[in-house]
Design a protein around this ligand. Structure first.
Ligand SMILES: Cc1cc2nc3c(=O)[nH]c(=O)nc-3n(C[C@H](O)[C@H](O)[C@H](O)COP(=O)(O)OP(=O)(O)OC[C@H]3O[C@@H](n4cnc5c(N)ncnc54)[C@H](O)[C@@H]3O)c2cc1C
Length: 397
């Protein structure tokens, strides 16, 4: 792809930048981290603002209500919203970044008409019910059972680590519809309305002190067969589509925040004093930060390639796994650099004077989960070795 910006793209950037300037002053302060209802309202209001201005679903095709932006415009959008410190996609990430894109590729016209507008307008929050206590990396081992009863499936089982289940309206969910075939062949991808009777949601507390994810216990939950996306027992293929979107582009905004973080840390290092001067005089720190910054630049180029591929093919390929593997490792290393810079102050979760310790300590703890969420580091390595390097496949049972 041509990495230079055309005049039209520069016009798009300037138009977006001035729009952001005109609306961001009216955005209310961000709610407390654990005020889930407040956060939902805040995220949805921002999504509605984007929708009203024609920026919702920036890279979704126009025929499905998106803006139909080119890959470069998409990246400009992400750069400018990050630069302006506009709200992040927040709780709408499942709907906008992987459930919606999966529906665009796989759903029936009725399903698209019913669900896509609610996602774009911020009316409906989605969650993802894939993982189970016995099925994480080995997702195909899932046992949540769906038994056909007329026009419904009756679903019973347990899901775990379901982010924002307690505030979601819909769940993209994998269920087992056939137990008599090899495990990958008996799975279906369904949409569950979270208000259906039989769903018991229990929040889990993480080591960050957050209750953002939940266990979901399903007891004879009736899901209409018409809510299935793709054919019965073809859900594994549909799930691979979902995961490729999740790994391919869902972390891009976070990566832009991380680039900003590198700059912030460099500035902070010029202010933090050591016995012999300021921290920035430490050549080791400058080298480590410089290396991470250079790797982020390389990842930005990979991101542009992945987004370009997704636009051509409709899907992000194994390049999404390369990105996820490299980015999440890098984010953890940057977290370590931040704590090293803060030195003893990194023992405090609360800011100390003007030192933003809370943000960096939270960032380091949160970074631990990033090599696990959306497929662990080891699983990404398996995908890369099998699909890109052509190494022998893991035996499937
Ligand atoms: C922040 C966060 C948010 C999440 N949100 C959701 C959500 O909304 N919905 C949802 O469904 N799930 C969600 N998850 C769950 C996530 O998808 C799983 O945690 C992940 O797939 C790993 O599964 P597991 O935790 O069962 O670990 P396991 O699969 O039990 O893995 C344990 C260890 O074994 C390694 N391992 C496993 N298999 C192999 C192999 N074949 N080769 C080499 N090593 C292997 C793993 O890499 C890992 O180190 C979330 C997780 C996190 C951290």
């Amino acid at each position: 792809m041509d990495l230079r910006y055309t005049d039209e793209e520069q016009d798009f950037r300037h138009e977006l930048r001035s729009w952001l300037q005109s609306v961001l002053g009216d955005v209310p302060p961000e709610p407390e981290r654990h005020d889930w209802a407040g956060r939902r309202g805040w995220d949805s209001a921002w999504q509605r603002t984007l929708f009203d201005a024609g920026y919702a679903g920036i890279n979704w095709p126009a025929e499905f209500g998106g803006r139909g932006a080119t890959p470069t415009e998409h990246l400009i959008f992400l750069e400018e919203t990050e630069r302006a410190k506009a709200p992040y996609v927040g709780m709408n990430f499942v709907g906008l970044l992987h459930a919606g894109p999966t529906l665009i590729v796989e759903a029936t016209d009725e399903q698209k008409d019913h669900h896509l507008p609610g996602i774009l307008k911020g009316d409906h929050v989605w969650c993802q019910g894939f993982s189970e206590p016995g099925a994480g990396s080995d997702l195909a081992s899932l046992s949540c059972r769906a038994i056909r009863d007329g026009d419904d499936y009756i679903v019973s089982g347990q899901k775990i680590w379901t982010s924002f289940a307690h505030v979601a309206d819909y769940c993209e969910m994998l269920v087992r519809t056939d137990t008599n075939v090899p495990k990958h062949k008996g799975i279906s991808w369904v949409i569950m309305d979270m208000l259906t009777p039989g769903i018991d949601i229990r929040p889990l507390r993480t080591m960050e002190g957050s209750t953002e994810f939940c266990e979901m216990f399903l007891d004879e939950v009736r899901i209409p067969v018409s809510s299935r996306v793709g054919d019965e027992n073809d859900g594994w293929r549909v799930a691979m589509t979902t995961l490729s979107f999740e790994r391919g582009t869902a972390f891009v905004s976070e990566m832009l925040q991380t680039m900003e973080l590198c700059r912030d840390l460099a500035t902070l290092a010029t202010k933090i004093t050591r016995s012999s001067g300021v921290a920035w005089e430490d050549a080791g720190l400058r080298r480590d930060l410089g290396r991470v910054t250079a790797e982020l630049d390389a990842l930005w180029a990979l991101t542009r390639r992945n987004i370009s591929e997704a636009t051509r093919t409709g899907l992000v390929g194994a390049g999404g796994s390369v990105f996820k593997l490299a980015y999440t490792d890098l984010r953890q290393r940057l977290g370590e650099i931040a704590l090293h810079l803060l030195d003893r102050a990194s023992l405090s979760l609360d800011d100390i004077g003007e030192l933003p310790t809370g943000e960096h300590v939270q960032g380091r703890i949160h970074g631990l989960s990033m090599t696990i969420a959306a497929g662990t580091t080891q699983v990404q390595k398996n995908i890369i070795s099998e699909r890109l390097l052509g190494l022998p496949k893991e035996p499937r049972v």
